[in-house]
Structures are given as structure tokens and as C-alpha cells.
Design a protein. Structure first.
Length: 129
């Protein structure tokens, strides 16, 4: 697979992840009023969204790999570790903090690099926070 195709696939994974996150939020709100939606639907939607976020993070990293510095490297690693820790219920708060910190590092690296739209990266960080 070419690098360009991998980057496009990562972007599509990011859009799909956002859609799945919205669907999970809607399922949670609906389940508060109508207890017909089982909890595993909500958990499955979030798990699939998190897996797709990992692909998106890898695509963002691959897009700027020729100029990736320690800030970008640490951002990707912290974000992925945060997502993995977030899957375990006990480590969920630590995972959330690491994920948001990783996205902040990626947003700062992207602001310095100016290869991706800067506003998009900061909006991703704000949405995660």
C-alpha cells in the first residue's frame, strides 16, 4: 500500500470514528429513556471508534514522518497508550489524560510543522478534551 493511500485510509478511519462516537452517544442518551438498548451496543461502538482512532493517529504520523520530531513521536505514543489504558475500566481516567496529552503534543507539533490544517488538529484536541 502506498503512503498516500494509507493516509487517505486513515482520514476515512477518522471520519468513521467520529460517526461511531456520535452513534454511541446517541445510543447512551436513548438508553437513559428507553432501556431497550443493551450496554454491549454502546461498548462495541466505542471500541470500534477507538480502534479507528488508532489508524487515524498512524496516518497523521505517517503524513508528517519526514519532519517528525520528538514532540510528534511522543504525541502518537501517548495517544495510543492512552486509548489502550482507556479500554480497561480501572485505568480509564489515566488513559483519558494520556490521550488528551498526546493529542495536545500532536497539535503543537502540527502547529510548528504547518503541514496539516492547524485548526483541524486543535479542534481534534478540543473535542477530545
Amino acid at each position: 500500500m502506498s503512503l498516500e493511500r494509507a493516509i487517505r485510509s486513515g482520514g476515512s478511519a477518522g471520519v468513521a470514528s467520529g460517526c461511531l462516537s456520535i452513534a454511541a452517544a446517541l445510543a447512551l442518551v436513548i438508553s437513559m429513556f428507553l432501556p431497550v438498548i443493551p450496554e454491549f451496543v454502546f461498548v462495541t461502538l466505542l471500541l470500534c471508534a477507538d480502534v479507528l482512532i488508532v489508524f487515524t493517529l498512524m496516518a497523521v504520523y505517517a503524513f508528517g514522518i519526514e519532519r517528525a520530531g520528538p514532540l510528534s513521536n511522543n504525541g502518537v505514543v501517548l495517544s495510543i497508550v492512552g486509548l489502550l489504558l482507556g479500554l480497561a475500566r480501572f485505568f480509564s481516567p489515566l488513559g483519558s489524560v494520556l490521550f488528551v496529552a498526546g493529542l495536545m503534543f500532536l497539535a503543537m507539533a502540527n502547529t510548528r510543522r504547518r503541514k496539516l490544517p492547524v485548526g483541524a488538529t486543535w479542534l481534534w484536541f478540543a473535542g477530545a478534551a
